[in-house]
Design a binder for this molecule. Structure first.
Ligand SMILES: Nc1ncnc2c1ncn2[C@@H]1O[C@H](COP(=O)(O)OP(=O)(O)OP(=O)(O)O)[C@@H](O)[C@H]1O
Ligand SMILES: [Mg+2]
Length: 460
């Protein structure tokens, strides 16, 4: 379940990524600062021992001696962990006591009388720390200064520095791990509502599109749930519209089928050839109406399906509309209607699917022929926003109150020739696919209907 994208994992990884360099930095700082303080303390004790040894220097008749007991000498060399060593040199550079092998003074320079320094050195391949004191012999029977040096190896210092570092770093490490565990636990707890939500959603029926309840969900999830709910709402509206459409379509199909059946039965019982002929004629009309309805339903289904496979290509609106107008001329003439085409521009580029646009215009011209008067005019214009196609006729037009309703599937104005009521629905869906808007344009004082489709700019 814990995927690469898990919140919990991301939080912990990010926290550790920040903590790790901090942790290393802390470790280094802790090590160096504890070493600094431990060195200071140990150097002080080394200095004390150097002064104590210098105290034992005596001058007897101009000669330098060291008045030191065997026990004190042992003390000077004994330590549980570190190796201790010392050396005393008289003004004539003779070693009068201690180790011959003593790390040189830094810079190989001598000390001023009374000066004390503490320095690092190497003895027998091991790092050591040495305190050196130059004891002035002024006021005695000898002259010059005695150099007293006391040194020690560093085992105790480094062991202590390590321990002090760990004393700082280990609590810090524990704190980091505890924080990581707390985050992991907190995120786990925080995700409980999400898991509950998932269970609730997975337990739903396929057609349950009711909104997801918001109570008990964390505030961070609200915007996300609001979006899901609004999607569910749109989906349920779409499903409702779809099922309404299916039942309307079934109802529309039932009427001609019932007509056909009634006519067929009438023809069967009717012995008169004229009556039978009449019934057959009605049957032919009903089948034709049914054929047209089925044809429109198929077109609508094709338009809806085209949404996913739509390929809009650049084309010229002037040329396309002029060509379609020409194709409709014979049919219009047979009904005594005149079709005119007009454009202020030589071309009107737009992007679209020529076949769907042809279908759209065919529906508009078909309506104008069916419901209009004796003149149809097609216009194509370039506008600031894009390209506008209009189909205008000089018929009775559509009352303003019905202007929105005519785009609904199966809606027809009462009275009038047969039709399925799907033409303008198809027009609108095709326009939507092109990002275009359909509007009924009424010119003041003018009769008839003008339907315009505004295509957005976007053609190259
Ligand atoms: N040019 C027009 N003039 C007057 N009324 C119109 C015009 N175009 C459409 N209408 C009205 O709008 C209604 C809906 O038109 P639509 O094209 O959607 O359906 P239809 O023409 O009835 O059927 P179909 O086009 O599916 O065969 C029509 O029934 C008609 O009453
Ligand atoms: Mg129509």
């Amino acid at each position: 379940m814990e995927s690469q994208n898990s919140l919990r994992r991301q939080l912990i990884v990010r926290m550790l990524l920040v903590m790790l360099p901090l942790f290393i930095l802390l470790w280094i700082m802790a090590y160096f600062s504890s070493q600094y303080f431990i060195n200071a303390a140990f150097d002080r004790s080394l200095t004390r021992r150097t002064y104590a040894l210098a105290d034992r220097v005596e001058v007897i008749r101009g000669r330098v001696h060291l008045d030191i007991s065997v026990a004190a000498r042992e003390m000077l060399a004994f330590d549980q962990e570190d190796l201790l060593f010392h050396r005393v040199i008289d003004p004539q550079s003779r070693v009068i006591e201690g180790d011959l092998d003593m790390p040189q003074l830094p810079g190989n320079k001598g000390l001023e009388p009374g000066q004390l320094i503490v320095y690092d050195g190497i003895k027998d391949g091991e790092k050591v720390r040495v305190a050196a004191f130059s004891l002035s012999l002024k006021g005695t029977s000898a002259r010059g200064a005695v150099l007293v040096q006391v040194g020690e190896t560093l085992s105790r210092r480094s062991a202590l520095a390590k321990r002090a570092t760990l004393a700082i770093v280990i609590p810090m490490l524990l704190m980091t791990l505890t924080a990581a565990a707390a985050i992991a636990y907190g995120v786990g707890r925080g995700l409980v509502p999400l898991r509950r939500l998932r269970d609730r959603l997975s337990a739903r029926e396929a057609f349950d599109l009711s909104p997801v309840p918001l109570e008990g969900t964390p505030a961070e999830l609200r915007p996300f749930l609001d979006e899901i709910n609004s999607l569910l709402l749109r989906l349920s509206e779409a499903v409702d519209a779809q099922s309404r459409f299916v039942s309307d379509a079934a109802h529309q199909l039932r009427t001609p089928i019932a007509g056909i059946r009634a006519q067929a039965e009438a023809a069967l019982v009717n012995a008169q050839p004229d009556d039978a002929q009449h019934a057959l004629l009605r049957i032919a009309q009903s089948t034709q109406a049914m054929g047209e309805l089925v044809q429109k339903l198929l077109i609508l289904a094709r338009v809806d399906a085209a949404e996913n496979t739509l390929r809009l290509v650049p084309l010229d609106g002037v040329e396309l509309v002029r060509e379609i107008a020409r194709e409709w001329v014979p049919q219009a003439l047979s009904k005594g209607v005149e079709i005119g085409f007009d454009s202020r521009h030589s071309d009107a580029p737009l992007v679209g699917d020529a076949q769907l646009l042809r279908e759209m215009l065919a529906n508009l011209i078909d309506n104008a022929l069916r419901y209009g008067g004796t003149h149809i005019s097609l216009t194509v214009h370039r506008t600031e926003q894009g390209v506008t196609w209009c189909v205008a006729d000089d018929g009775p037009g559509i009352p303003e109150s019905q202007c929105a309703a005519v785009f609904l599937p199966f809606f027809r104005l009462s009275g009038g020739v047969d039709g399925a009521g799907l033409g303008l629905t198809i027009v609108q869906r095709i326009a939507n696919l092109h990002g275009a808007k359909v509007r009924l344009d009424s010119e003041n004082g003018a009769t008839g209907l003008r339907i315009c489709v505004d295509f957005p700019a976007g053609a190259t």
